[in-house]
Write a protein that binds this ligand. Structure first.
Ligand code: COA
Length: 260
């Protein structure tokens, strides 16, 4: 697979999708957004892919947001379509059915922060910066930022970041619960790879069940979420991986999960 503005690499069961417009700090123009959507759809369908890493090329940025030059001339109708396309991509990442890790080394601003928040886990360099600066352009976030930031970090943080537009340090993002692992820049790849390998070795259907239960539960009442958890838990008793995992425990050996 080769896409303009995207690089796709494989390491075992881990697929890394890298936004590759470093001269524009990996800003998301419509073409890149479309290619990302395709790349994630392919990753979803490929059973050999157990974990996806989303990254940005170069040292300076994960993704510095939607492409401002492109947006400048948009009509309201085009803006609506662009927002919907960004939201669809973010939802597709969130609902991929396999873990997605954001590897954040520099600016994760606007649409970049929104994509990072749609990923299930975020591993960040201490030099990363997170922010929703759209207000400085006379805009608000349009790829789900107001909603995911609210859900991930709460109302105070969502309002602070979206109203001031000021970026926050990786340390502050970590304190807000936006970052799962905070590491020195030189340790970023090692930390991402270690987490990706750990997740790739888990039972894929159980991982999908965790994602499904947590994401569904986040939008449901406690009773609805608990019922969903019970149904998902019970369904996993139909999998070979559950038999294998429990047998391996009893036989004191490492389980070999097949995603069946
Ligand atoms: N859209 C389009 N182009 C962008 C961009 C974006 N979101 N972010 C950066 N770029 C481009 C710059 O225009 C510049 O292009 P040029 O060399 O052709 O002029 C190039 O990327 C490098 O960016 P530059 O601004 O020169 O780097 P910097 O180190 O001085 O500043 C930032 C870095 C991230 C602070 C600054 O680029 C910025 O504020 N970007 C916009 C962030 C934003 O508002 N995102 C939300 C959009 S909705």
């Amino acid at each position: 697979m080769a896409y303009r503005n995207l690089e796709i690499a494989h390491r075992g069961a881990v697929r890394t999708i890298t936004v590759n417009r470093p001269d524009k700090l990996n800003a998301l123009n419509r073409d890149t957004l479309n290619k990302l959507t395709l790349a994630f759809a392919q990753a979803a369908q490929d059973d050999a892919v157990r974990v996806v890493v989303l990254a940005g090329a170069g040292e300076k940025a994960f993704v510095a947001g939607a492409d401002i030059a492109e947006m400048h001339g948009y009509s309201t109708v085009q803006a609506q379509a662009f927002s919907r396309a960004g939201q669809r991509l973010a939802s597709a990442i969130e609902r991929l059915g396999k873990p997605v890790i954001a590897r954040v080394q520099g600016f994760a601003l606007g649409g970049g922060m929104e994509l990072a928040m749609a990923c299930h886990l975020r591993v960040a360099s201490e030099k990363a910066k997170f922010g929703q600066p759209e207000i400085n352009l006379g805009l608000i976030p349009g790829f789900g930022g107001t909603q995911r930031l609210l859900r991930l970090a709460g109302r105070a943080a969502a309002l602070e970041l979206c109203l001031t537009g000021a970026p926050v340090s990786a340390q502050r993002a970590y304190e807000l619960g936006l970052v799962n692992r905070l590491v020195p820049p030189e340790a970023l790849d090692e930390a991402v790879n270690a987490l990706a390998d750990q997740l790739a070795a888990t039972a894929p259907l159980a991982a999908a069940g965790v994602l499904d239960a947590v994401l569904t539960g986040g939008e449901a009442t406690l009773d609805q979420g608990l019922e969903f958890e019970t149904q998902t838990f019970a369904l996993l008793f139909a999998t070979g991986d559950m038999r294998e995992g429990t047998a391996a425990f009893m036989e004191k050996r490492k389980a070999a999960f097949k995603g069946e």
